[in-house]
Each structure stands twice: as C-alpha cells, then as structure tokens.
Ligand binder design. Sequence first.
Ligand code: ATP
Ligand SMILES: Nc1ccn([C@H]2C[C@H](O)[C@@H](COP(=O)(O)O)O2)c(=O)n1
Length: 228
Amino acid sequence: MSETPTIPVVTVDGPSGSGKGTISQILATKLGYHLLDSGALYRLTALAVIKNDIDINQVDKVAQAALDLDVVFDPQPDGEQKVLLNGEDVGVQLRLDETSAMASQVAAIPEVREALLIRQKQFRQKPGLVADGRDMGTVVFPDAEHKVFLTASPEIRAERRHKQLIEKGVDANISHLLKSIIDRDERDRTRTVAPLVPAEGAFVIDSSDLTIDEVVQQILDFIGFSEQ
Ligand SMILES: Nc1ncnc2c1ncn2[C@@H]1O[C@H](COP(=O)(O)OP(=O)(O)OP(=O)(O)O)[C@@H](O)[C@H]1O
Ligand SMILES: Nc1ccn([C@H]2C[C@H](O)[C@@H](COP(=O)(O)O)O2)c(=O)n1
C-alpha cells in the first residue's frame, strides 16, 4: 500500500537577528515554496493587544486576540510579504520597539502559543513550505524533512540590526541593541514553553563569518537542491 506523501517543510529556527527572515525568504523563492514568518503572528497578536488595550495579564483575552486575528500575508513580486491586519498594512507597526517587547511577552503565554498552533500548521500547502521562527522544527513541524538552526554572535547580530535600522532611516544605538538582543535571547531560551533550542538533527549554521549567499548555499546543499 502506498503512503500519502507529506508536504515538504524546511524549518529555519534561531535567535533574533540571526538572519532567519532574510534567508527563509530567499529559500522560499528559490524552492518555489510558501513562506511562514511565525514571528509575525506573535507580533500581530502583540499589536492587537496594544490596539485593543488588552491587559497582558488577562491571558484568556490575549489568547482570544490571537485566535481572532484577521490577517492576510500578501507575497510581493520581490519576495517580501505585505502584512494586513483588519485590512490595514501594518508592516512598519510590527517592527516598532513597543510591538517587539509586547511580542516577547505574548510569546511566553502557553495559551497564545496553543491558539497560534493550528494557524501555523495551515501554512503547510503544496508544493512546500519554508517556516521561520523559534520552534518550527521542535513543536510546530516536528516531522519536517529538513531542519536548520541559524545563529550568529550577539555582537554581529547587533551590528547587522544597527545597519538595517540606519538604512531605514531609524536612529539606533548599538549598545542598546546588543543589550536587548542578549535579554531577548535569555528570555527565549529559558521560557518553559517552546524554548529556543535546536531541533534534534538540525543543521546548525553559525553565520557570523558567512555572507547571506553562503548561508543560502549551505542550506540548499543540505536539502540536496541544485539550481539549474
Ligand atoms: N549572513 C549575513 N551576513 C550579513 N548580513 C546578514 C546576514 N544574515 C542576515 N543579515 C542581515 O541581518 C539583518 C537581520 O536579519 P533578519 O531580519 O533576517 O533576522 P531575523 O533572524 O529574521 O530577525 P528577527 O527574528 O528579529 O525577525 C538584516 O538586515 C539582514 O540583511
Ligand atoms: N515561532 C516563534 C516565533 C517568534 N517567537 C517570538 C520571539 C520574539 O519575541 C517574537 C517576535 O519574533 P521575531 O519576529 O523577532 O522572529 O515572537 C516565538 O516565540 N516563536
């Protein structure tokens, strides 16, 4: 009897600023796969909490906000994704400091993680999915064929984030960025639900001394995909 073929998933997990988003977007385009930016779902929940003035301690209300998210991810020709919340383009709001800080808090609530689980699994559509986050290989898609854990030193990640913000015209202080990266790593690694750890069998890449192209190529080699 033949088995039902499962839809392939490539998971890319790692700490903040390790390059997951950038690398996953390029991989999805090259492989012709869908893309799940799971961090955006936590950021969207955070934004809904802020906009609706929900008390973060009222766990049921925060989880309900996660369940009720009216969100559309609209892939653009350049590989970027436009994110619409209740029809509003919230791309910039998602990246504000206030949203990032709230996202980190909502992500530590088990009921919120549970609420977002089914939504994340629904992204697994043919011909395949590249899923970027913290627990893609450990919790959301434990049966994924290919799991990657991307990292880089906190100093390099702070430098990259600093450059990214300056290029966007946002004023940023590198020592402040480094401190917030170290704090966020600690929170993500030590939380009781879905802590940030490499999945068993994951291909671990330290990109501190690698270019974006070199990282992408290492992952394509790992997957066994060759470009024509
Ligand atoms: N190997 C690399 N070499 C140089 N710059 C890189 C590399 N990987 C990523 N970058 C740059 O680092 C910045 C942060 O990358 P990115 O936003 O993809 O990280 P992330 O892990 O998705 O972060 P977050 O989890 O906070 O969303 C971007 O400006 C990206 O272009
Ligand atoms: N699968 C995920 C994705 C993200 N988070 C948390 C980590 C951050 O605090 C926040 C925003 O993520 P980012 O956009 O920076 O990748 O959400 C998580 O816990 N699990």
